[in-house]
Design a binder for this molecule. Structure first.
Ligand code: SF4
Length: 300
């Protein structure tokens, strides 16, 4: 008999998560920007920064498991299923179009969705492995990414950096490592990790040189909006091509842990990004106030 996922996963299903199988937490969930773009509206900052078309982007995760309990995470921490099955990469690849179609089918009847855009959305070109959970805890991640690449998808992999030995084997189009804090003590306070992974994160950051890569910093007002010089040093050592400094958004389950005042205004995000940039070889090249995100690029 197939064991079913726990009731919290049922709650996620109601929020629009499409699970690949009843006994797996691998899931797809189109983001707000995908739906906006489908209706001919604005696309997300990844279109502005990197040319990704939002309505042709699949936001997914191969697992909802995570070894962090970040205060700013939008997921709940109660939905992990100890006996969940890891879907094989071939199963994930095969089911992506059907799940994306199911998730978007309600939009077909909208007068602002053209037939052409809807067909394009059902033929996605990009996979963002970034929905929720830590993808390196899925045992077949390198194989999944290689399979997606072989099928012509571009891939963004977003990791919390706790498993550098897995990241070494992954070849996504663009690799992200999150840097949640400027120092060890703040990391423990903000991410509440199941083990102390700070040195692993530093090791993962060091893997970013000489490849298409980005560091993601989520700024939570008062919790990690200090010591720009420490961030600068970590970025300088990483050699990543891009840095995204993004304001925390008061969304999902994070509202149970934080409050609205933890969301920095865009001008705060920008001035903090500038303060980091002044202290290392990165400079601001773009920004998107709607998403409260600032892009820095490494100066050659
Ligand atoms: S690492 Fe990501 S998925 Fe895990 S708790 Fe933190 S924000 Fe959530």
């Amino acid at each position: 008999m197939v064991s079913r996922l726990s009731p919290p996963c049922e709650a996620l299903r109601k929020q629009g998560y499409q699970f690949f199988a009843p006994d797996s937490s691998a899931a797809v969930k189109p983001c707000l920007w995908c739906k906006k773009a489908l209706k001919g509206g604005e696309m997300c900052y990844k279109h502005q920064f990197y040319g990704i078309e939002s309505h042709r982007c699949v936001q997914m995760t191969p697992t909802l498991r995570c070894n962090h309990r970040c205060l700013f995470c939008w997921r709940s921490f109660e939905h992990e299923h100890p006996s969940e099955r890891d879907c094989p990469p071939e199963e994930i690849l095969a089911r992506i179009p059907a799940l994306q179609k199911r998730a978007l089918s309600g939009y077909k009847v909208s007068p602002s969705v053209t037939g052409e855009r809807f067909s394009q959305a059902l033929d996605p070109r990009h996979v963002a492995i970034s929905l929720s959970g830590e993808p390196t805890l899925y045992p077949y991640l390198p194989e999944l990414i290689d399979l997606l690449t072989a099928r012509g998808f571009t891939t963004f992999l977003v990791s919390n950096g706790t498993s550098p030995w897995i990241l070494k084997k992954c070849r996504p189009f663009q690799l992200y490592v999150s840097l949640p804090a400027p120092d060890h003590a703040s990391y423990l306070k903000i991410c509440r990790p199941l083990d102390d992974f700070w040195e692993n994160i530093r090791e993962s950051l060091a893997l970013l040189e000489d490849r298409r890569s980005a560091v993601r910093i989520t700024l939570v007002e008062g919790l990690n909006t200090f010591m720009p010089e420490r961030y600068a040093q970590l970025l300088q050592d990483s050699g990543a091509r891009y840095v995204e400094v993004k304001g925390y958004m008061y969304l999902g389950y994070s509202r149970k842990r934080l409050n609205r005042e933890h969301m920095p205004e865009h001008h705060r995000v920008k001035s903090f990004a500038a303060a980091i940039g002044e202290r290392c070889d990165y400079c601001i090249t773009d920004e998107n106030p709607a998403s409260r995100v600032v892009l820095l690029e490494r100066v050659p």
